[in-house]
Write a protein that binds this ligand. Sequence first.
Ligand SMILES: C[S@@+](CC[C@H](N)C(=O)[O-])C[C@H]1O[C@@H](n2cnc3c(N)ncnc32)[C@H](O)[C@@H]1O
Length: 265
Amino acid sequence: MAVYRAGVLDRAAVTDGDVLLDVGTGDGLIGFAALERVGPGGQVIFSDISAELLAECRRRADADGLLERCRFVQVGADDLRGVADRSVDVVTTRSVLIYVQRKQAAFAEFFRILRPGGRLSIFEPINRFTVMEEGDCLFGLDVAAVADLAAKLRRAYLSVGTEQDSMLNFDERDLLRWAQAAGFTALELDYRAEIEVAEPLPSTDWDVLKKTAPNPLAPTFEEALAQALTSQERDRFEEHVRAVLASGMPGRKTLATAYLRAIRP
Ligand SMILES: C[S@@+](CC[C@H](N)C(=O)[O-])C[C@H]1O[C@@H](n2cnc3c(N)ncnc32)[C@H](O)[C@@H]1O
């Protein structure tokens, strides 16, 4: 997470005295680090749709004696009401647009609240890439020997339809297009793609692993198995997965990510 945090903040070129808005701040991964960078003369606006997460940020800011340099605004990324036009120097956001249906509207809001010369810095996973490129892998595991069942499971994950699924309905080209359409200039996109790169799995115990999901909006692996496969097929699939896990074969990740920075002219 520290790598992503630095990746977003470095690209935002945050300086002393900046007013920075972190959109979809969560528990403040970016926001609290930004407070250090804007210094005593700067301010950070923590925004999120979740009242609980904002309350958590407020508690932490209070405990650390930082409250006077913080604001907390409960709004969606696509409707930043309460934040005035041309009032901030920097907008950051990390892994939030994947939850937003009206992404073009979000970019228009980022543009509206930035002052001329203000910087936008975004990080998003490009989940559509993972779905298209995962090949012989599923859940980070080699499923070549049960490819027929893996294909059914993949279809279950795609059953929402990629155009309706906010996690899957965009890629890096769309980020550029939306930023440009909103009026941003000096766009720079850093894209990183990895296919079947060895990475430890969250667990090597299938009974634990199957209760996890590839993203918070998706079904767990167990739910997808129940939805897509007959009980006989499920047994065959689970037997294969347990054997792969027992063999000690490392997990393999397939993913793409994009950092985008841009300037409001
Ligand atoms: C994966 S977390 C990322 C949190 C934080 N940006 C970070 O880097 O750790 C996604 C965050 O987006 C927030 N969120 C989800 N939908 C949103 C929306 N439409 N507008 C603003 N925030 C949203 C969630 O409440 C959550 O805090």
